[in-house]
Design a protein around this ligand. Structure first.
Ligand SMILES: Nc1ncnc2c1ncn2[C@@H]1O[C@H](COP(=O)(O)OP(=O)(O)OP(=O)(O)O)[C@@H](O)[C@H]1O
Ligand SMILES: [Mg+2]
Length: 357
């Protein structure tokens, strides 16, 4: 890889190279992730067919092209193909030494946060994840080579030296495991949503927590049994609940603690999405623990990938939670003080025509 192509591939935000006819000539991995299409599929297609923005930028764009000046457009909703629009800043600049060619960079901004709800999820650093996935993939191959070489070397070594090659092999395996988790994170399948009783899912998770990682915890149910069915991917939601219960159990003192699982209905909660549509999220699920609370220095970024306050944590748990909840059209918020940490999921009600129970 040349230095230039490495820079292009490593840019953590989506970047596209546009030709004189306004077609896409090239794009980086982050752009592939953002638009959910491969470079091959994007190449030679008109750029404004691929990227939809909610404001008219033709004139400004034409001027930038004609005068070869950079163009900055802030706070537009940009999306493309399969992906719903999100609020972004867009930068367009002429490519030096290549008349008629422009570079277009999209910087997704944080999702707007919900009022009065403490910390809310950020747009889980989508581009950082795209880059990590690419890195994971790129690191695994040479690592396999390194492990193999260490194993070959170890055959002719003394016991002391063999300890060192064993160390290489063991540590490489650990890295591969971590990378596989990163890849798995990127390969989350699209949700298969159906009407489900949230209490069934909560019971499932509570039981597996009680016999496993949460055996030292007291789990208290505080359910509103009259809640209507919600509309989510049941397996994915169980994964979310497991991650939240697990974090609460891990944060607690080893001698134990209490987790309260509360469900209730809140009429007024609505979320405005980046694409302008609003949706009601009246079903609330709270996982409340009485542990030490979020580490203050991490509190604002716990939903970002690789942010962890635990020695052996990957920091992917809450990033996955936030990704799943977003994809299931829900919302997650957290409020934490020492002695009381509340993770709240806000979920939609199943559409009437699908409710059979
Ligand atoms: N209920 C909680 N109480 C206190 N701190 C929490 C709680 N939940 C999460 N945290 C903090 O947020 C961090 C990030 O959590 P996250 O689940 O994303 O990663 P992790 O638990 O460290 O690693 P992984 O889930 O990948 O094993 C945790 O390391 C912990 O410091
Ligand atoms: Mg975790």
């Amino acid at each position: 890889m040349t230095k230039t192509s490495a820079i292009w591939a490593s840019l953590p935000m989506p970047a596209l190279l546009i030709g004189p006819e306004d077609t896409i000539l090239d794009c980086n991995p982050a752009a592939e992730t953002f638009l959910n299409l491969s470079t091959k599929a994007l190449q030679d297609t008109p750029v404004w067919d691929r990227i939809a923005v909610n404001v008219s930028i033709e004139d400004a764009y034409a001027r930038a092209r004609r005068d070869e000046t950079p163009l900055y457009i802030n706070d537009v909703e940009a999306g493309g193909g399969e992906r719903p629009p999100m609020v972004c800043n867009i930068q367009i600049a002429p490519l030096q030494g290549a008349p008629g060619h422009m570079i277009l960079i999209i910087s997704p901004r944080e999702l707007a946060s919900r009022a009065n709800s403490g910390q809310t999820t950020k747009a889980a650093a989508k581009s950082a994840i795209g880059m990590s996935e690419m890195l994971a993939h790129e690191i695994k191959n040479p690592l396999a080579g390194i492990t193999g070489a260490a194993q070959l070397l170890s055959m002719n070594l003394s016991k002391d030296d063999k300890e060192l090659t064993d160390l290489i092999v063991d540590e490489s395996r650990r890295i591969v495991k971590l990378l596989e988790q990163v890849e798995q994170f990127g390969n989350l399948r699209p949700p298969q949503r159906k009407p489900v009783n949230i209490h069934d899912l909560l019971d499932r998770t509570r039981k597996s927590a009680a016999v496993g990682f949460g055996a030292h915890m007291k789990l208290v149910e505080d359910y509103d049994p009259s809640l209507p069915l919600t509309y989510v991917d049941p397996d994915q939601l169980v994964q979310v609940l497991l991650n939240l219960l697990k974090n609460a159990s891990q944060a607690a003192d080893p001698s134990g603690g209490t987790i309260r699982i509360r469900t209730y209905y809140e009429h007024s909660l609505r979320m405005r999405r980046a694409d302008g549509t609003g949706s009601k999220l009246p079903l609330q699920v709270e996982i409340i623990d009485d542990g030490p609370g979020l580490p203050p220095d991490l509190a604002s970024s716990i939903f970002d990938p690789f942010v962890s306050g635990r020695e052996n944590g990957t920091g992917l748990g809450l990033a996955l939670v936030s990704k799943i909840i977003n994809e299931n059209d829900g919302w997650i918020a957290v409020d934490s003080v020492p002695g009381k940490t509340v993770f709240r999921l806000s979920l939609p009600v199943a559409p009437k025509e699908l409710r059979t129970e």
